[in-house]
Write a protein that binds this ligand. Structure first.
Ligand code: ADP
Ligand code: MG
Length: 265
């Protein structure tokens, strides 16, 4: 289990006119991610979602003030060395960062990207790595034949799935996905969400899905967290939150969500 306890994050701004300003991006956030379930973290842009997600594998910029605890099976990731974290990244906790589908190197096939991860992190040979690709791609809902394509030869949805396959390369117990459906059409979004749900249900992966899209997050999650201005304002079963939102801001969002659902199809 990943347990975030009382996480607070303050970025230090060292350049430009904000030189002396510091922003509290995350304030006293506690949440947990268990294996075999899909957790969603929703909230408007700038509410601190990506900061929480990037704090877990220790990927916030140097100089950032971080307090609290991030426990992986009881061990605090925040007090680990870079070497210790490197053994956990990819292998135990993997990341699909925001914009992952646009960060493939254009001159390398998507299959090669996966092979390199398997070579660097698991020490597999090119042949051993290539043998794993069909099943990895299948997990991400992608035809293994697409491995020989260059990133520009894939659709947006296929590239996002390739980013998920890449993150799954070392069979992590936890997958952190930052806005994995943003900039995709609705049908493709649903397909990606279905794939993530299947990974948690059938493969036992613990998933944190970060999204600014509350209806999407609510439809996917077994437990929903909502942030506003750096703080957690709601947590629980999505239906319970929709029925009894505690925060006025969430009420407005939930009303918008209900209106969407009521629209005749
Ligand atoms: P979200 O993912 O919910 O859109 P973020 O976690 O990216 O929110 O950002 C939370 C706050 O932290 C915002 O005010 C944002 O401007 C600020 N922020 C994010 N990254 C940095 C950074 N590297 N340096 C300074 N401020 C940052
Ligand atoms: Mg973000």
């Amino acid at each position: 289990m990943i347990e975030i306890r009382n996480l607070s994050v303050t970025y230090s701004r060292i350049t430009g006119k904000d030189r002396n300003a510091a922003a509290d991006a995350v304030k006293d956030v506690s949440l947990a991610i268990e294996k075999g379930r899909l957790f969603a973290l929703a909230g408007e842009s700038g509410s601190g979602k990506s900061t929480v997600l990037m704090a877990i594998p220790g990927l916030l910029p140097r100089g950032t003030k971080i307090s609290g605890q991030i426990l992986l099976d009881g061990k605090d990731l925040l007090s680990m060395t870079e070497d210790e974290l490197n053994r956990i990244r990819w292998r135990r906790i993997a990341l699909v960062p925001q914009g992952a589908m646009n960060s493939f190197t254009p001159v390398i096939t998507v299959g090669r990207h996966v092979e390199e991860v398997l070579s660097v992190h698991l020490g597999l040979s090119k042949k051993e790595a290539a043998e794993r690709i069909p099943s990895l791609f299948a997990l991400a809902g992608l035809d293994g034949a697409l491995a020989s394509r260059y990133p520009h030869e894939l659709s947006g949805g296929q590239k996002q799935r390739a980013a998920i396959a890449l993150a799954l390369a070392c069979e992590p117990g936890y997958l952190l996905c930052d806005e994995p459906t943003t900039a995709l059409d609705v049908i493709t979004q649903q397909g990606i969400i279905t794939t993530l749900k299947r990974l948690s249900d059938e493969k036992g992966v613990g998933i944190l899905l970060v999204s600014h899209d509350l209806p999407l997050a609510a439809s996917a999650a077994s437990k929903l967290y909502i942030m506003k201005d750096g703080a957690l304002v709601e947590e629980g079963d999505p239906r319970t939150i929709a029925a009894h939102p505690r925060n006025p801001h969430t009420k407005a969002l939930v009303n918008a969500l209900l209106e969407l659902e009521e629209e005749p199809s």
